[in-house]
Design a protein around this ligand. Structure first.
Ligand code: SPD
Length: 286
């Protein structure tokens, strides 16, 4: 994208494996931070949106498709949810969904790029919403890989990784050393979850991620949903735990408390989404 394209109506595309995933809109900001290119757009269809290094991250009228699916299976299924860690998620959407759960006492949000937080607060304030003022939220500008390596055992009840794709600043969040540290600092009965890419356009990364999580945590299952702006529109989140598949069974009290405010997530939706594993993935994961 060129500087001359700022404010002109254009097609803005993420190009992946010879396919373009695009929206018509105007570019409001296009800047290089210390870590990545940050682009804010205003689209007709989904409102204002964010790209990092040319890849779609979120948009005002679509973010719930992603954030609710990452957060609620984990927070409704963990034994306790007092202490939550979010790695990435500098737009605030994951934090906002977590903070809907009143039992949550402390949320450490660890984002590597301060510019992402600054830009999202300015251009996409509805995504973080009231999370930014919530006293339970502690924002740490830090590298997630190094953060988890320094935490004590049993530090968190839930760990969520809301990252971009595994290249650039997010690369280390998909590797075994990082995940082993997450397991070490996860409390008994806890749940770990991460975005695990598209089973269509990022098939190999998706399979590798699920297999690695099974190896590291013992139990891991992908859940499938739709994020229309991402490559293929077909997305996944993988949930992991050390003792069993308890992330598949939402606690009724927690589910009932948040359901009325959710657009996509519900107990019924979650059950179907865990079951919706396509046959070719089932065969590949044996
Ligand atoms: N290919 C895009 C994957 C991005 C996942 N994270 C989005 C951040 C939204 N909080």
């Amino acid at each position: 994208m060129q500087g001359s394209q700022i404010h002109k109506e254009i097609w803005i595309d993420e190009c992946h494996k010879g396919v373009r995933y695009g929206m018509k809109g105007r570019i409001l900001l296009n800047e290089e931070s210390e870590f990545q290119r940050i682009t804010i757009i205003e689209s007709h269809r989904y409102g204002k949106g964010l790209l990092l290094d040319g890849c779609w991250m979120t948009a005002e009228q679509q973010e719930k498709h992603y954030h609710e699916c990452l957060v609620h299976p984990a927070l409704c299924g963990a034994k306790a949810i007092q202490r939550v860690l979010v790695i990435g998620g500098g737009d605030g959407g994951t934090a906002r969904e977590c903070l809907m759960h009143k039992e949550l006492a402390t949320l450490d949000l660890v984002e590597i790029d301060p510019k992402v937080v600054e830009v999202c607060k300015k251009y996409l304030p509805s995504i973080g919403g009231s999370a930014w003022e919530d006293p339970r939220l502690k924002l740490h500008i830090s590298d997630g890989v190094s953060w988890v390596s320094k935490c004590k055992v049993n530090s968190y009840d839930v760990i969520l990784v809301d990252s971009s794709d595994p290249s650039g600043p997010a690369e280390g969040l998909f590797n075994e050393t990082f995940l082993r540290n997450c397991r070490r600092i996860l409390n008994t009965g806890g749940v770990f979850a991460m975005q695990s890419e598209s089973p269509e356009s990022f098939l190999q990364i998706h399979l590798d991620t699920v297999k690695l999580l099974r190896k590291v945590f013992n139990y891991a299952d992908p859940l499938y949903g739709s994020v229309p702006m991402y490559p293929s529109g077909w997305w996944s989140w993988t949930f992991a735990a050390m003792e069993g598949h308890h992330y598949q069974n939402p606690l009724k009290k927690r589910a009932d408390a948040i359901s009325p405010q959710c657009k996509i997530w519900s107990e019924k939706w979650q059950k179907g989404a865990f079951e919706a594993m396509p046959a070719f993935i089932e065969r590949a994961l044996v």
